[in-house]
Ligand binder design. Structure first.
Ligand code: BYC
Length: 478
């Protein structure tokens, strides 16, 4: 196992102390990061002790330690999963060759772009969630928000390390830029669409951690297959932390639904106005927020047919998640079919199948796996609705619905994916996506609850506390 230096200014298991130049460069970036955290990170909770998990190693049995830390003192470290001796490239044209410890010159710009894109999402999400602490429904949730935030900060460190260690001056400049772009900024926005969406309420936060962090899971799984071993090892360890973020999303949405079901039963109603007056989030509104964040996250996989994706696969840069489970790891001649809009004369608004090379379809293959994974939670939530004896089902919309990237962007469909006219979409969209009125209502619920163990009225308590602590634990000392 790699040795871990926890006492260093930057805790790490990458032997930073043995490379003075790299260490100095990262120690130079550190104050810029802290400055960014101060300005763009969670507002107004700087001096507060938060019960946080800190990564202290990469050993599955004990990689984290828990304790009170004010967030600016969090030990943001650089960790990689242990090297797999003799690891070979598992897909693409270099299949079977030794993995690379350095980036081959010809793939340098592709790797840099991808690492920058990944890195950009991490601080972006912290910026999006900056104000949520003020309206947390409980101390338990407040702590989870901050846990997610500091870990996204650590994921930024992970990408910045790769940029500094393997991309020279270009990498250092990109690392600076990662702190210059900001979520939603008119002049210098974040790179990917979803990360510029405003997030000013906790229902959106839970949807984001369920749907958007899950894109993170799938992109990191693709990187975990990479021929560039330091990227693969970095991604593997990041996945360990990512699991908690999706847990926050899944249980968060589950708790919202649970509370709504309780009130529906108590009042014996599914009337939206009555439920809203009773202070809970009606299920159709849950569906609308789901429609929004799921479709936005679908766009993060890129175009259905992508020559970028084909090149990444061919060159060993980015594999499919869980590449080992596929039969053919080269996909040199194979083809697949995708659905595309068909605007041929007489068929306005129709669709047709198109055959593309499997290599070009890598984004679509990953998106399809992602949708299956998203459905696991939806099935679980639907079971709880059914158990409560309520006749309502949540459904993920079709992958053609409300797309802004890929072959379906610029077209209109209903949530089932049936092509419709722009006018029909306009006329019906309020039934499918959050309206201003829905958002105003959700806002009205966002009142802060700070007494240990107490919850806001719109969300049920979680089943258990954190790290075997009781629910009424003082997770944040306000
Ligand atoms: N918004 O061939 P195309 C996470 C760009 S989340 C804006 O269709 P490609 C996290 C694309 O960049 C995981 N632009 O797609 C979650 C390209 O630009 P250029 C983040 C978009 O290249 C929660 C052009 O459109 N990680 O970790 O095959 C909290 C045509 O591209 C979008 C990654 O994304 C969009 N939605 O694949 C915290 C992994 N989609 O080249 C963290 C790294 C596409 O024309 N990124 N474009 O300038 C990638 O692997 C790829 O860039 C993508 C796109 C999968 C995103």
């Amino acid at each position: 196992m790699s040795s871990i230096d926890l006492q260093a200014l930057i805790p790490n298991n990458v032997g930073l102390g043995e490379n003075r130049q790299l260490q100095r460069a990262l120690e130079h970036w550190q104050p810029a990061f802290l400055n960014w955290w101060d300005e763009m990170g969670p507002s107004d909770f700087k001096a507060k002790d938060v019960y946080l998990r800190t990564a202290v190693g990469v050993d599955a049995s004990g990689w984290a330690s828990y304790g009170y830390t004010p967030m600016p003192d969090y030990r943001w470290g650089i960790f990689m999963a242990d090297q797999v001796p003799g690891r070979k490239i598992g897909f693409g044209d270099h299949m079977g060759q030794d993995v690379w410890q350095e980036v081959p010159g010809e793939y340098r710009s592709a790797f840099r772009r991808l690492i920058v894109t990944q890195g950009d999402t991490e601080p972006a999400s912290v910026e999006q969630q900056r104000l949520l602490g003020h309206t947390a429904p409980s101390l338990y949730d407040l702590r989870n928000l901050f846990q997610v935030n500091v870990e996204e900060g650590r994921h930024l460190w992970a990408m910045v390390y790769l940029l500094h260690a393997h991309f020279g001056r270009d990498g250092r400049e990109e690392a600076e830029e990662l702190l210059m772009r900001h979520s939603g900024d008119a002049d210098k926005p974040r790179i990917l669409g979803t990360f510029n969406e405003p997030m000013d309420n906790w229902l959106s936060f839970f949807m984001f951690t369920y749907f958007t962090d899950r894109d993170g899971k799938f992109q990191l799984k693709s990187f975990a297959e990479s021929a560039f071993d330091p990227l693969a090892r970095t991604a593997r360890f990041m996945l360990t932390e990512e699991a908690h973020h999706m847990f926050v999303g899944e249980t968060g949405i589950g708790r919202v639904i649970k509370r709504t079901l309780e009130v529906m039963k108590d009042l014996d109603t599914d009337n939206v106005d009555t439920l809203r007056k009773a202070g809970v989030i009606d299920l159709p509104t849950v569906q609308k927020f789901m429609n929004f964040w799921f479709t936005s996250s679908l766009d993060l996989f890129g175009s259905e047919a992508s020559s970028n994706a084909a090149n990444y696969f061919a060159n060993g840069i980015k594999g499919r998640p869980d590449e080992a489970k596929f039969a053919d790891h080269v996909e040199l001649e194979s083809e697949m079919s995708i659905q595309v809009p068909d605007a041929s004369p007489g068929n306005i608004g129709g669709m047709k199948s198109e055959t593309i090379s499997t290599r070009k379809g890598m984004n679509e293959i990953t998106r399809t796996e992602y949708v299956k994974d998203c459905n696991v939670g939806v099935t679980r939530w639907n079971m709880s609705i059914k158990r409560a004896g309520i006749d309502f089902e949540l459904n993920l919309p079709n992958t053609r619905f409300r797309r802004q990237v890929g072959v379906w962007s610029g077209t209109h469909t209903d949530p089932q994916g049936n092509p419709i006219s722009a006018a029909e979409f306009e006329a019906r969209k309020d039934a499918w996506l959050p309206t201003d009125e829905d958002k105003t209502f959700i806002h009205s619920l966002m009142q802060r609850v700070t007494e240990p163990g107490k919850m806001a009225g719109w969300i049920a308590p979680p089943d258990r506390g954190i790290n075997a602590n009781p629910l009424a634990y003082q997770y944040v000392k306000l």
